[in-house]
Design a binder for this molecule. Structure first.
Ligand SMILES: CC(C)(COP(=O)(O)OP(=O)(O)OC[C@H]1O[C@@H](n2cnc3c(N)ncnc32)[C@H](O)[C@@H]1OP(=O)(O)O)[C@@H](O)C(=O)NCCC(=O)NCCS
Length: 143
């Protein structure tokens, strides 16, 4: 089941999957609690196994209302089972409903194929994010 969740709810999975177990307070992103930010969680029974955050944040050079996808993570033992795909498809339909025009993210190399399969395209060359590794910006038109 997919639910809207709080920033607080995302921190443990962000830490585990994205920050090598770093203190969860270090796993907050600027903008997490902004009025138009939202977070989604996929629950298997009562266990949160996949999360994604969406900040209302356009990207220079793109028209309309843009959201930035941040902190996309699936618990390791549940990766590759279609959960991330379902969570993002839910988000895309919701974003269409609130009249967002596009979604973009800074994607890790290991996640390129995942985003491409959802229809994202590359909008930057590869660049290094300090301490995390190579990334490329990716873009999905919503409407
Ligand atoms: C990237 C990540 C969020 C994807 O989440 P996920 O739940 O594993 O995603 P899915 O299972 O929907 O898709 C992953 C792969 O499983 C495959 N898959 C397996 N069974 C599937 C099913 N039943 N339905 C859809 N896809 C399925 C997909 O084809 C996909 O392959 P691809 O990556 O080659 O496109 C997750 O792997 C993760 O947390 N990785 C580590 C952290 C990370 O890199 N986050 C992204 C930061 S930019």
């Amino acid at each position: 089941m997919i639910r809207f969740i709080s920033t607080e709810d995302t921190l443990a999975l962000r830490s585990l999957v994205l920050r090598e177990g770093a203190d969860s307070e270090l796993c907050r992103f600027d903008g997490d609690d902004d009025e138009f930010s939202f977070h989604l969680g996929y629950y298997r029974d009562e266990e949160l196994i996949c999360i994604a955050s969406f900040h209302k944040q356009g990207r220079e050079g793109f028209e309309g209302t843009g959201y930035q996808l941040r902190g996309m993570a699936t618990m390791p033992e549940f990766q590759g089972k279609g959960t991330g795909n379902q969570l993002l498809n839910f988000a895309i339909i919701y974003l269409r409903g609130i009249k967002a025009n596009y979604l973009w993210c800074n994607a890790r190399r290991v996640a390129f194929r995942f985003y491409l399969s959802l229809g994202f395209e590359f909008i930057s060359d590869e660049f290094e994010m300090a301490g995390i590794g190579p990334h490329r910006a990716m873009y999905l038109k919503i409407q």
